[in-house]
Design a protein around this ligand. Structure first.
Ligand SMILES: Cc1cc2nc3c(=O)[nH]c(=O)nc-3n(C[C@H](O)[C@H](O)[C@H](O)COP(=O)(O)OP(=O)(O)OC[C@H]3O[C@@H](n4cnc5c(N)ncnc54)[C@H](O)[C@@H]3O)c2cc1C
Length: 499
């Protein structure tokens, strides 16, 4: 095998995908420049301050923490500029407890410094007048069904992690593919698979199915694999970095810089071709380009004719605020308020219309919990169609849903009335620097393209110098998929250079 000479690699976008790729490629010894249009790193994960309190907008939970461990392992293994990086320690809410890490050095911790804290539950779910915590609590009528579901699916974390982080054509994926194929058989979609579990109460089935919206699509359009996710999340935990979720892109940024990458913010890319990437201010020469941008945005920058978009994944209306009075003591860190009729929600999203009722996340952080804040903060995230529109608290959809959610959660007034400071991020905001209509995971794709044969591919078939990472490339969309996609794409790129 050849030892490749260092190449000039320009990475487009400094979200989680772009930063992860930049860290790995720079660590492999290449000359990496990251160009980010906004004036912050982290993309959808953006830290703001409201009323003197730290609030992280965008993602809130880290699932499949072994994916992060794997990223750090690969970063260390590449280590041409010195082995660095670590996940830090993981702990429970009651106090940081080391889970048996493999001997990190002081250098490692200073390079990444990410400490993941496990939440006591996946979340508290409200559906059809029922409230349930995942994992389902002792004594709940759904407990026996949950135990069975957990027995059959809860142990799939290692297999799913392998699929998230390994090139689908690598024979190493075969054991995981085999295990999953045996489990799902010909029941290819989440809906078909869950419908076949006739022993499961209908309500629990809906609670499990709603998770596919985390990838922006209904259970009729997601692979059956998604059905297993809540069980794995309950077994392996959902996590938040100590200090807030934005610590994750900040850690990636540190790893990229430590490996020698240069990161420019406020440099919006205006055109991309074989050897040159142009921003308004400058021109960068490139041997290779790695794009973490939405495919629609990249198409424009390449000067290609836009391809027809059949459908879009969902967007969101996110209200972030500071609470002068804390919520009731029983409020979970992460609550999910479901619509009475999930199928109607999926129909509205597909039609680009504001739904009558939506799925909402309510993330609640008490003063001093996870964030170094003096006051409690809350995020209310309303799933919304990717219609590029602006929303405020007076919008009828927002008012209606905030009222319903507050009532369901047992509050005696709309939660927004408890906020001393707030901001609203909406599909217009997400569309401003990202995808069409503010679609969080880009365009929808046919089922057969939501697995290993996804499109667009990691490597552009027509332009062999162009590689892709990010939420719209790796099926699944969330942080583990984005980190995994960056690992797979970067490994393929490095292999191609070795010849
Ligand atoms: C409200 C919300 C809640 C979420 N919750 C979760 C969660 O709890 N858990 C989870 O795992 N995932 C969650 N996600 C998904 C997760 O945030 C994303 O999958 C991930 O952040 C995407 O990273 P990315 O790098 O692919 O894209 P992005 O973060 O969109 O990064 C792309 C970057 O490219 C830049 N860019 C665009 N155009 C240009 C240009 N012309 N020139 C230069 N730069 C450009 C953008 O500014 C941006 O920084 C959530 C997302 C949202 C919005």
């Amino acid at each position: 095998m050849n030892t490749p000479s260092p190449r000039r690699i320009v990475v487009l976008g400094a979200g989680i995908g772009g930063l992860a790729a930049a860290a790995l490629l720079a660590q492999a010894g290449h000359d990496v420049t990251v160009l980010e249009g906004n004036d912050w790193v982290g993309g959808k994960s953006r830290r703001i301050e409201l009323g003197g309190q730290r609030i992280d907008t965008g993602p809130s939970l880290v699932t499949f923490p072994a994916v992060w461990d794997e990223l750090i392992r690969r970063y260390n293994a590449l280590g041409s500029r010195g082995a660095l990086g670590s996940r830090g320690t993981r702990g429970t809410r009651g106090g940081i407890c080391d889970t048996g890490d493999t001997g990190d050095s002081a250098d490692d911790l200073s390079a990444s410094g990410l400490q993941l804290r496990r939440l006591p539950e996946v979340g508290r779910y409200f559906y059809g007048g029922q409230a349930v915590t995942l994992p389902v609590e002792e004594g709940h009528p759904w407990r026996a069904a949950w135990d069975r579901f957990d027995r059959e699916h809860g142990g799939l974390g290692p297999q799913i992690t392998a699929l998230l982080t390994t090139d689908p054509l690598d024979p190493k994926t075969l054991p995981a593919v085999g295990a999953l194929t045996r489990l799902y058989g010909t029941r290819l979609t989440t809906k078909r698979f869950l419908d076949s579990l006739t022993w499961m109460p209908e309500g629990l089935r809906e609670v499990i199915a709603i998770h596919t919206l985390n990838a922006g699509v209904p259970p009729t359009r997601s692979l059956s694999l998604y059905a297993s996710m809540p069980a794995v999340m309950a077994r392996d935990g959902v996590w938040v970095p100590e200090g807030g979720i934005n610590e994750l892109p900040l850690a990636l940024h540190r790893l990229a810089l430590h490996a020698g990458a240069t990161v420019h913010t406020g440099e919006s890319v205006v055109s991309v071709n074989r050897s040159r990437v142009r921003t308004i201010a400058a021109e960068y020469r490139a041997d290779l380009v790695v794009s973490s941008l939405d495919p629609g945005v990249l198409t424009r920058l390449l000067g290609d004719r836009p391809s027809r978009v059949r459908g879009l994944t969902c967007s969101g209306v996110a209200i972030y605020g500071v609470l002068d009075t804390p919520l009731p003591d029983t409020t979970a860190t992460h609550s999910v308020v479901m619509p009475d009729d999930p199928a109607a929600l999926h129909r509205s999203l597909a039609a680009g219309l504001a739904p009558e009722q939506t799925m909402a996340f309510v993330n609640y952080y008490r003063a001093g919990e996870i964030y170094p804040n003096e006051k409690a903060t809350v995020a209310v995230l309303l799933t919304a169609p990717a219609n590029g529109q602006r929303y405020d608290l007076d919008d009828p959809f927002v008012q209606r849903e905030v009222g319903r959610i507050s009532e369901v959660m047992g509050l005696d007034q709309p939660i927004t009335r408890l906020l001393s400071d707030y901001t609203v991020l909406d599909p217009e905001y997400f569309a401003g620097w990202g995808a069409t209509g503010g679609a969080l995971y880009g365009a929808t794709r046919p089922l057969w393209q939501s697995g290993p044969f996804h499109a667009p591919a990691y490597r552009d078939p027509r332009r062999r110098w162009l590689w892709r990472v990010g939420a719209s490339v790796h099926p699944g969309g969330g942080i583990p998929a984005v980190l995994g996609g960056a690992m797979i794409s970067s490994a393929m790129l490095l292999r191609s250079l070795r010849g």
